[in-house]
Design a binder for this molecule. Sequence first.
Ligand code: SF4
Length: 350
Amino acid sequence: MDTGRAAKFPFLRESAEFAEQNSADLDGLITSPSYEPARKRGLERVMDALERSEVSYRPLMSDYDRLMEVMSYPYARMIVSLVGDRFLTKRYALAEAVRMNGLLTDEDPDTMMIVSEELGVSSASDPDGILRIGFADYLRLANRLKSVDWKLINTEVHSGLVYLPKEKFSRLMQNALQDRIESELPLMTPDEYRPYLRGAVDSVSMALEETKKKFSPTGGEGMKNEYLPPCLNRILEMSRQGLNLPHSARFALVTFLHALGLTYDDIIKIFSESPDFDESKSEYQIKHITGELSGTEGYTPPECKTMKTNGLCYNPDTLCQQEWMNHPLTYYRIKSGNTRKKDPGQDAGK
Ligand code: SF4
């Protein structure tokens, strides 16, 4: 057994076998003083996700340290599950997947095959190390990567397999692991574990609120009309006047307000100012777009390019004409002086 690999990629079957061979189980992980390093590291995994968007890694020389690393993974997943916040789950899944991508690129083809098999991705490697991935899996995993490098036309395909260099192969595995973790969480955590996990859950919940504030274009301070981009100002005005809003405009408005951190009640209040306000229709639309009906994070607001294509780029001003202006949320951030951070979702797919 390769215990170094088990620690680097703790989602592997090999990692579970390593834990089993050492009689490590969840009861011990939660309650025993000997697993304190694993619990500390598990909390660190989640905090890394919030603070750095990537779980950190350091080489582990002894089998004891590797076992702690392996056990820190289920501990981190329990914390994320108990906090039960969709933003945290997505961020944690991404941070684990980014960490894995960084490590996998330096591995030999055998390890790459083991990882891809574990993640349910059909792949193969030649004796000379050339990596290939099944056509359908390529489309599924590369579909959200917007750079032209990922267009099928720029890849080599033979007999239903796409040939890839190591870096690109690892990048696709990142997407596969991210999807896997997102689909697996939240886990059912036994009630008797909750008191033991309370301290870690409280620390993460507090850090989560801070992170959300940082990412919110309003810095958590609610929407201010004077910072709104001209397009959204116009759409809001049309809504208030009861003018017929095309679906794309309603979509842009709701996703934008949601991204600013407005709640369902705040958004419905804005719609209720319209003279032909229909509560049940608006409720369905808002809940659908914000993901409340599906239990997902909802849609992201369209960028300027899409707004222009949809004829919604009303009255662009001098700030809009800046070469780098690409998103109504960027406009809001610049106007409000809150330029510290942006939501990672705004960059999704690069
Ligand atoms: S350039 Fe962008 S922010 Fe400005 S009005 Fe057009 S869509 Fe809105």
